[in-house]
Design a protein around this ligand. Structure first.
Ligand code: NAD
Length: 253
């Protein structure tokens, strides 16, 4: 980017996994990046990686499902880095269980982090985007949006994020703001590692099994998703909005 002052991006859930890779990629692309996660101390590794590569980063602790914490975090980013005009709603959790065993807490936690979290973050950031007449929001959906055994809560939230994406694209388009969603397939992170553990399968075997079903014959890496985020937030992607791209190494989930 050619501007003297870099544009500011917020990546939620950026302490590790897809969020960490995305924060590092956007910093390499020239954005000043707010690395937001539940606990500020856990953002240190991502912040240091960005700074070590010559980029600008700010670690911010906040629970995206808490309205007050979200507002305070966005205010802090605006004050310390500048107006956030790029938002990546990446923070996520799983609480998998078959329907008959799923508790109300399992349901509510997943809805709150993914749906309430994306809503609160987008609502707090939109005024900066509207003021700038430029904005980019990317929401992390999942192939699970199409249905996945044991994930009634998660698949509902990830499908909900697709509706949220399309509606924001309609509401915010005239302000130069695009809103898109990425629906990853199997990505090698702590989240899929935890799933393997829950199923009692060694992570390497879980990865091997998943890769055998994927047309490109490998599982995804966080950088695969960061690359797509980089495209969606780029200046040149201004005519692409309200879309959901399935990044799963093949045409089907
Ligand atoms: N890994 C996959 O295969 C996969 C596939 C499809 C979609 N996704 C989605 O991509 C996103 C990132 O997944 P990942 O695999 O990197 O997961 P991860 O578990 O490795 O990282 C998620 C991060 O989100 C943070 N987080 C959780 N709740 C939060 C909250 N309330 N407020 C702020 N931060 C919070 C966690 O602390 C963690 O750092 C998630 O939305 C996930 O649902 C992942």
């Amino acid at each position: 980017m050619s501007e003297a002052t870099p544009r500011v991006a917020i990546v939620t859930g950026a302490a590790r996994g897809i969020g960490a890779a995305t924060a590092q990629r956007l910093a390499a692309d020239g954005y000043a990046v707010a690395v937001l996660d539940l606990d500020e101390a856990n953002t240190k590794e991502t912040v240091q990686a960005i700074e070590g590569a010559g980029g600008t980063a700010l670690g911010v602790g906040a629970d995206v499902s808490d309205a007050e914490q979200v507002q305070a975090a966005v205010d802090r980013v605006a004050a310390e880095l500048g107006p956030p005009v790029v938002l990546i709603n990446n923070a996520g959790v799983t609480r998998d269980n078959m329907l008959f065993k799923m508790t109300e807490v399992d349901w509510d936690v997943v809805m709150n982090v993914h749906l309430r979290g994306a809503f609160l973050m987008a609502r707090a950031c939109q005024k900066y985007m509207v003021d700038a007449k430029f904005g980019r929001i990317v929401n992390l959906s999942s192939v699970s949006a199409l249905g996945n055994r044991g994930q009634a809560n998660y698949s509902t939230a990830k499908a909900g994020l697709q509706g949220f994406t399309k509606t924001l694209a309609i509401e915010l388009g005239k302000f130069g703001v695009t809103v898109n969603a990425i629906a990853p397939g199997f990505i090698q992170t702590e989240m899929t590692k935890a799933t393997a553990e829950r199923m009692g399968i060694a992570f390497e075997d879980f990865i091997k099994g998943a890769a055998s079903q994927i047309p490109v014959a490998r599982v995804g890496q966080p950088e695969d998703i960061a690359h797509l985020v980089s495209f969606f937030v780029s200046e040149g992607a201004g005519f692409v909005s309200g879309q959901v791209v399935y990044a799963a190494g093949g045409p089907r989930a």
